[in-house]
Ligand binder design. Structure first.
Ligand SMILES: [Zn+2]
Ligand SMILES: [Zn+2]
Length: 267
C-alpha cells in the first residue's frame, strides 16, 4: 500500500493537484489508523481504571474510587452499568448523596436506553442480582439524604444570615449588677492575719494561739474582686435587635463573633 502510494506520488509529480489529493488521502489513512488503535488503547486504559476503582472501593477509599471512575468514563467517552453501579455505591458511602443521585439517574438513563452504554472491549463481569438489588435499595435513602442535605444547607444559611444581622445590634451598657463598681464588687475574702500569718503570738516567752485566726494565720475581710457579670470590665454587651434571640443564642453569638460585634459598636 505504501509503495503503491509512493509510486503514484512520483508518477503524478507532473500535476500538483494530484499530489495534493494523494497527500490528503495518505494523511487521512494514517489518521484513521492511529485513531482506531488509539481508541482501542483508551478502552483498555478505561478498563484498567475501572479495576483500580473497584479495588479502591473495596478498601473503602471512596474518593479515590470516584476519581478512577471519572477517569475511566472520560477515557471511555461514556459509561456503562458496572461503572454506574460503582459510582453510585462509592458516592453514597462517601456521603456524597447529590452525586449518588445524579449517577443513579444516569444508571437508569442507560437502562432506559436514553444513553447508549459504552462497553469495555474485554468482558467485565455483569452486575449480579445482589448488586442490582443493592443499587435499587439505595434509591430511597439517597433521595431522603439529598432532601436532608438541602434542608440542612437552608437551615445553615438562615442561621448565618440571622447571625450576620444580629452582630450589628449589640451595644455596651453599664454592668447590670447593682453591686458592681467599675467591674469589681466586695466579696468575703481571707487576708493575712494580724499575727503575720503565723497563727500564734509570743507573750513573755510563751506561745499563744492567735485569737483572731485561731491558728489558721488568716482572717476574714471584705476584698474587691472582679464582678462575674461583666468579668471585671464594668460594661456588658446587650443585644437590642428586633429579631428574637434566646439567651443561649446571644451567648453563642457573643462567644463566637466578638470581633464583628466590636466592629459594629465602634462604627
Ligand atoms: Zn492570727
Ligand atoms: Zn460588673
Amino acid at each position: 500500500m505504501l509503495i503503491n502510494l509512493t509510486i503514484s506520488l512520483n508518477y503524478s509529480a507532473i500535476n500538483p493537484k494530484v499530489i495534493y489529493n494523494m497527500k490528503k488521502i495518505l494523511f487521512t489513512f494514517f489518521i484513521l489508523t492511529s485513531l482506531n488503535s488509539n481508541s482501542q488503547s483508551l478502552n483498555f486504559r478505561a478498563q484498567g481504571k475501572y479495576y483500580t476503582a473497584k479495588e479502591n472501593y473495596e478498601s473503602r477509599n471512596y474518593d479515590d474510587a470516584i476519581k478512577a471512575i471519572n477517569e475511566s468514563k472520560e477515557l471511555l467517552g461514556g459509561s456503562n452499568y458496572q461503572l454506574q453501579y460503582l459510582h453510585v455505591m462509592a458516592a453514597y458511602k462517601a456521603g456524597k448523596y447529590k452525586e449518588a443521585q445524579i449517577e443513579m439517574n444516569r444508571y437508569f438513563n442507560i437502562l432506559d436506553r436514553k444513553e447508549q452504554p459504552k462497553g469495555f472491549s474485554k468482558t467485565v463481569e455483569e452486575l449480579t442480582y445482589d448488586e442490582t438489588k443493592e443499587l435499587t435499595k439505595l434509591i430511597d435513602p439517597i433521595d431522603s439524604n439529598v432532601a436532608n442535605q438541602i434542608k440542612e444547607k437552608k437551615r445553615k444559611e438562615e442561621e448565618e444570615s440571622k447571625i450576620a444581622e444580629a452582630v450589628k445590634h449589640f451595644k455596651l451598657i453599664n454592668c447590670d449588677n447593682d453591686d458592681c463598681l467599675a467591674g469589681t464588687i466586695w466579696v468575703n475574702g481571707k487576708v493575712k492575719c494580724y499575727c503575720d500569718g503565723k497563727g500564734y503570738v509570743i507573750y513573755l516567752n510563751n506561745r499563744y494561739t492567735c485569737k483572731y485566726c485561731k491558728g489558721t494565720g488568716k482572717r476574714d475581710e471584705k476584698v474587691r474582686a472582679n464582678c462575674s457579670s461583666c468579668k471585671g470590665k464594668g460594661e456588658i454587651y446587650k443585644y437590642d435587635g428586633d429579631v428574637y434571640l434566646s439567651d443561649y443564642e446571644i451567648e453563642e453569638i457573643l462567644r463566637n463573633h466578638k470581633k464583628e460585634i466590636d466592629y459594629y459598636i465602634k462604627n
